[in-house]
Design a protein around this ligand. Structure first.
Ligand code: G3P
Length: 217
């Protein structure tokens, strides 16, 4: 499963990328706002750090303006992936861009039928939001299971990009189901390294090492 970082924070992106943990980055207008940075500038910087797809989202609601925005965004770098909302205008834009060889991430997906539409429109990625689904009393991971089943039934090539990931169990379940990608905040990705027995093990080894009176350097 590929790991994308759901952030526009450069320091976090560099740290995860240096550890070999990043296959791409996703941003959205809220994350750009949180970063306090200029959209074009920060997107270009991210595209220069990671080799994989970097999602940059259009904000227009109609197809013609979405196309104009996408034209600006795709000039940023070759690894920009245009993010469009799961609406009919978004799907029309997805079709036009993907026919032209541009990567497209169809976002704000909350049903398997919506994911079916994204695949039919030729999306590179579809982004089902599991955390927001859970927030509303539905099981977000059931949605991922349904989409996996449907995409496999028809051999759709659109990649399932699990989004709105809030914790380690979302990541584990995504991998069990066979999602293609998951995007999570850096703190969730880093939390996957945590284990109390790892900490205890280090503590024990270091205590015994101190007793030897030796040093490596
Ligand atoms: O990947 C989409 C994400 O940014 C939304 O996450 O936690 O605001 O639902 P959240």
């Amino acid at each position: 499963m590929k790991f994308f970082a759901d952030t526009a924070e450069i320091a976090d992106i560099r740290e995860l990328n240096d550890a070999g943990l990043l296959d791409g980055v996703t941003t959205n207008p809220s994350l750009i706002h949180k970063s306090g940075r200029d959209f074009m500038e920060v997107t270009k910087e991210i595209c220069g750090i990671v080799e994989g797809p970097v999602s940059a989202e259009v904000v227009a609601l109609d197809h013609d303006t979405m196309m104009k925005e996408a034209e600006v965004l795709r000039k940023i770098a070759d690894n920009v992936c245009i993010k469009v909302p799961l609406t009919i205008d978004g799907l029309k834009t997805c079709r036009a861009l993907s026919s032209d060889g541009t990567m497209v991430n169809v976002t704000l997906c909350f049903s398997a039928n919506q994911a079916l539409l994204a695949a039919k429109s030729g999306a590179t990625f579809v982004s089902p939001f599991v955390g927001r689904h859970d927030d509303n009393g539905f099981d977000g991971m059931d949605l991922i299971r349904d989409i996996r089943l449907i995409y496999d039934n028809y051999d759709f090539r659109t990649e399932i990009l699990v989004a709105s990931v809030r914790h380690a169990v979302h990541v584990l379940e995504s991998a069990r189901i066979g999602a293609d990608v998951m995007t999570a905040p850096p703190k969730v990705i880093k939390s996957l390294a945590n284990h109390v027995l790892t900490d205890k093990g280090i503590e024990g080894f270091l205590a015994d090492w101190a007793k030897t009176g030796q040093s490596i350097l």
